[in-house]
Design a binder for this molecule. Structure first.
Ligand code: HAM
Length: 414
């Protein structure tokens, strides 16, 4: 990734992290490799992520490992290992590369970056609302919120989901032949995902299918109503999409996605929801959890589409050294300047050369000014300051005066 692109990534990541920290979330760092079993148990054997998209490898001692396809399962594993969950609440965030063997296209890659947030130990809809508010705030700070719409659904408790699953299978089985091939396969393995199908014939069939809302128990309904009421009070707009089921098996109750039309077919920039059964599923005591993950590659693409070009910020100064014998003296001067002026970005000319050539390099660097260190300067313990972008006279200054001069320059004017 070239530096110019990195600058945009840094900008996006910095603002994202600022939002997470401002809500009191704390960073957790997670490994890239985990036992394969963590994902098959956590995300579900029959999910695309586990069944078709994992990068698996055998360790030397025969242990089956996988590059993480997502962060939630690893986060739960780490929390259990470090005793962070039992009898406590946690608000955590993480970032890093995830790996899925998908068909690459714009916005969909085999290695991609996520920034995720997970909250443990809080069963109510308030934390679901907080996570959504946090993601909205993050998008607002980046100037992309207006291009995103929030889709929301509830899957109800595990019991509701099971009862709905049975009803859906009972409805679809007599019409199996009208389903597309993928959906036929899913009918026994992962029927809820059929609701996600883009095939027209399947969609037509689904028009008459039972809806999950009819299978919600009062508790699930009240959780969802509570969340909707809070979002309304927060004036966060959303659309309830009863077909939103998500691709990972661990979700219960709330699921949501932030989507945009500005990126073509890969328009989901952030997705998440509640997963009250996952901690227990992975060997801990039953603990509620909820979270989201942002696809940073997509967020960066969206920022680029909306904010336009991101220019390189040039360095401030460039230090020209005329004699190789004076390079280490110049390095000492540069370091004193960096220590005194923490904002300073100062580059030392390496490789020597004539004054003219070094000044040309200083000009290309975009620096505002150059320091010139020659024999006379070293003898007097002074430095020559040359303005590169302004019509101002060259100055010869002591190191102390130079620091004061550059500090004043930072405050405005020459
Ligand atoms: P996910 O929907 O699988 O959820 O991924 C979250 C986001 O990661 C997607 O909305 C998308 O922006 C991005 N993403 C996924 N796959 C790719 C890809 N191949 N290329 C580029 N971006 C991609 C999860 O991963 C859950 N762990 C989210 C979560 C956290 N739920 C609760 N807590």
């Amino acid at each position: 990734m070239p530096p110019l692109e990195v600058r945009r990534w840094q900008h996006v990541e910095r603002l994202a992290i600022r939002s997470l920290e401002s809500f009191g979330y704390e960073e957790i760092r997670l490994p890239l490799l985990e036992p394969t079993e963590l994902f098959s148990r956590g995300l579900g054997e029959a999910t695309d992520a586990v069944e078709k998209e994992m990068y698996n490898l055998l360790d030397r001692d025969g242990e089956q490992l996988s590059l993480r396809p997502e962060g939630t399962a690893g986060c739960v594993r780490a929390c259990l290992q470090h005793g962070l969950i039992f009898n406590q609440t946690q608000r955590l965030w993480y970032r890093g590369a995830m790996f899925r063997y998908e068909r690459p296209q714009k916005g969909r890659y085999r290695q991609f970056e996520q920034i995720g947030a997970e909250a443990f130990g809080m069963p109510g809809p308030d934390v679901d609302a907080e996570l959504i508010q946090l993601s909205a705030e993050l998008f607002r700070s980046l100037g992309v919120l207006s291009e995103l719409r929030l889709e929301l659904n509830t899957l109800g408790s595990a019991t509701c989901r099971r009862s709905y699953r049975d009803a859906l299978v009972a409805f679809l089985t007599p019409h199996k032949d009208a389903l597309d091939a993928d959906s036929q396969r899913r009918l026994t393995r992962n029927p809820l995902r059929i609701l996600d199908s883009k095939e027209a014939s399947t969609q037509a069939l689904l028009a008459g299918a039972p809806v999950l809302a009819d299978h919600l128990d009062p508790e699930s309904r009240s959780h969802f109503d509570g969340l909707r009421r809070m979002l309304d009070e927060l004036q966060i707009g959303y659309v309830v999409n009863p077909r939103l089921v998500r691709g990972l098996d661990y979700y219960t109750h709330t699921v949501f996605e932030w989507m945009t039309d500005a990126l073509g077919s890969q328009g989901t920039v952030c997705a998440g929801g509640r997963y009250d059964g996952l901690v227990e599923q992975l060997g801990g005591r039953a603990t509620p959890g909820a979270g989201f993950a942002i696809g940073v590659d997509r967020l960066v693409l969206l920022h680029e589409a909306l904010a336009g070009d991101f220019s390189v910020e040039p360095i401030d100064g460039y230090c020209v050294v005329l004699e190789p014998a004076h390079v280490s003296w110049a390095m000492g001067v540069c370091q004193r300047l960096r220590d005194a002026l923490p904002w300073l970005r100062l580059r030392l000319s390496a490789g020597g050369g004539k004054l003219k050539n070094q000044l040309k390099r200083a000009d290309v660097s975009g620096a505002d000014w150059a320091l010139i260190i020659g024999e006379d300067e070293v003898a007097d313990g002074e430095i020559t300051l040359k303005w590169l972008r302004a019509d101002a006279p060259q100055e010869r200054l002591s190191q102390t005066a130079l620091i004061a001069r550059l500090a004043a320059r930072m405050d405005g004017g020459h």
